[in-house]
Design a protein around this ligand. Structure first.
Ligand SMILES: NC(=O)C1=CN([C@@H]2O[C@H](COP(=O)(O)OP(=O)(O)OC[C@H]3O[C@@H](n4cnc5c(N)ncnc54)[C@H](O)[C@@H]3O)[C@@H](O)[C@H]2O)C=CC1
Ligand SMILES: O=C(O)CCC(=O)C(=O)O
Length: 411
């Protein structure tokens, strides 16, 4: 199912549970602003290459819009729109003072040289610099981007507006990035999983995990879960997949993935079909790559008892229904992966204050936010007699709706 259709469907279900006024519902659904820009760069060989970049600013009722920038060949306006909307509900679930946005450029970052990526990022920033800003819209990394991408955006933006470290988060530490941001989404996934398991009388220790995606989020989640005694029995990325029922040696896999740019060829496990990762025998499945991967084609074959959505919108609504009937518990993306944007908020606060926190403080505050988030989601589940996805959606949508009404409608 198209990502936007799926996200709108979840939003509308939540709006119905909340009894939202239909005009307010419509206003919350329509994005604040949609930006589409042409980005042409000279390639290293002197030829020109043109790309299309997007920044969709979904809502700013609760504060500046916030969300990552993705470089991936499948970036399209509907997907970015869905991701921007999810950011609005996510920042509200986390209860941080932001709205939601998302950006992306349709490109294959692995096929571009570092200098081509730099030129592309600078051209994109030149096209959108007037529409982002510390109190307007604050980008961050997502798939295919990272601290270096944020450093280029910071530099290009600062040429127009003066030195502005708080215009992006997920920056290198040397440019005002926060300690702990790199690991934050994976660490948030760990805290979220602990909160969920605790409710079921379980701990991470001894649980068997399968993880799709071994980039920033998947690799940090794997490391931190292993440190807590969890067993990672299968991992996949775009290069391939491996399985080891005795538990994969994650530090060795990290070393291998760094050297070989992927998990393929790792000898500490058996190679498996990457498509089978989602239906591997495990207790907890963590999708940490693309959207829409859990759908009606594979939902019936999923063996995990819990799914923790580290990726954005990995599960189609049709799969939600099938999995719910099977008794699989899904911890939804807008709560489960909110650790990244929460530490982005801490980074922004530190930049504005001109003061740097110790990593211990960052991680401690993150745990506080993730624990509170779980409690708030559960309360909504009880109030509306619904599953965790609708608990999170009603929580986020309700907070945004209240802020919208309080700010009023005067033109
Ligand atoms: N980076 C962040 O702070 C946050 C990221 N997310 C979400 O987490 C997910 C992963 O993001 P990052 O780790 O940042 O990206 P990344 O670019 O660091 O890593 C992406 C990973 O997915 C793998 N992948 C790509 N296509 C695949 C396929 N077809 N099958 C299996 N694996 C595939 C890549 O090989 C790579 O290992 C995305 O959905 C993103 O939106 C959510 C919240 C915050
Ligand atoms: O850190 C941020 O501001 C945004 C992270 C993001 O894109 C996400 O949570 O999906």
């Amino acid at each position: 199912m198209n990502a936007l259709v799926a996200t709108n469907r979840n939003f509308k279900l939540a709006a119905r549970l909340l009894g939202l006024d239909s005009k307010l519902e419509r206003s919350l659904l329509i994005p604040f602003r949609e930006i589409k820009v042409e980005c042409t760069i000279p390639k290293d060989d002197g030829t020109l290459a043109s790309f299309v970049g997007f920044r969709i600013q979904h809502d700013n009722a609760r504060g500046p819009m916030k969300g990552g920038i993705r470089y991936h060949p499948e970036v399209d306006p509907d997907e970015v729109n869905a991701l921007a909307q999810l950011m609005t509900w996510k920042t509200a679930v986390a209860n941080i003072p932001y709205g939601g946005a998302k950006g992306g450029i349709g490109c294959s970052p692995g096929d571009l040289s570092v200098s081509e990526l730099e030129r592309l990022t600078r051209v994109f920033t030149q096209k959108i610099h007037d529409l982002i800003g510390i109190h307007a819209d604050v980008p961050a990394p997502d798939m295919g981007t990272g601290p270096q991408t944020m450093a280029w955006i910071l530099d290009e933006y600062s040429k127009f507006h003066g030195y502005s470290p708080a215009v992006v988060t997920g920056k290198p530490i040397d440019l005002g990035g926060s300690l702990g941001r790199d690991a934050a989404t994976g660490r948030g996934v760990l805290f979220a999983t602990e909160a969920l398991l605790n409710e079921h009388g379980k701990t991470i220790a001894g649980q068997r995990f399968a993880i799709q995606g071994f980039g920033n989020v998947g690799s940090w989640a794997a490391q931190l879960i292993t440190e807590k005694g969890g067993k990672i029995v299968a991992v996949s990325d775009v290069t391939g997949a491996i399985k080891n029922t005795n538990g994969i040696d994650i530090p060795s896999l990290l070393k291998h993935a760094k050297e070989h740019r992927g998990v393929k060829g790792f000898h500490g496990g058996d190679p498996i079909d990457p498509n089978s990762i989602l239906v591997e025998d495990c207790d907890i499945l963590i999708p940490a790559a693309l959207g829409g991967v859990i759908n009606r084609e594979n939902a019936n074959d999923i063996k995990a008892k819990f799914i923790v959505e580290a990726a954005n919108h990995p599960t189609d609504p049709e799969a939600d229904e099938i999995l719910s009937k099977k008794g699989v518990v899904i911890l939804p993306d807008i709560y489960a992966n909110s650790g990244g944007v929460t530490v982005s908020y801490f980074e922004w606060v530190q930049n504005i204050q001109g003061f740097m926190w110790e990593e211990e403080k960052v991680n401690h505050e993150l745990k506080t936010y993730m624990t509170k988030g779980f409690k708030d989601v559960k309360e909504m589940c009880q109030t509306h007699n619904c599953d965790l996805r609708m608990g999170a959606f009603t929580l986020g949508v309700n907070r945004v709706a209240r802020a919208t009404v309080l700010r009023g409608w005067e033109a």
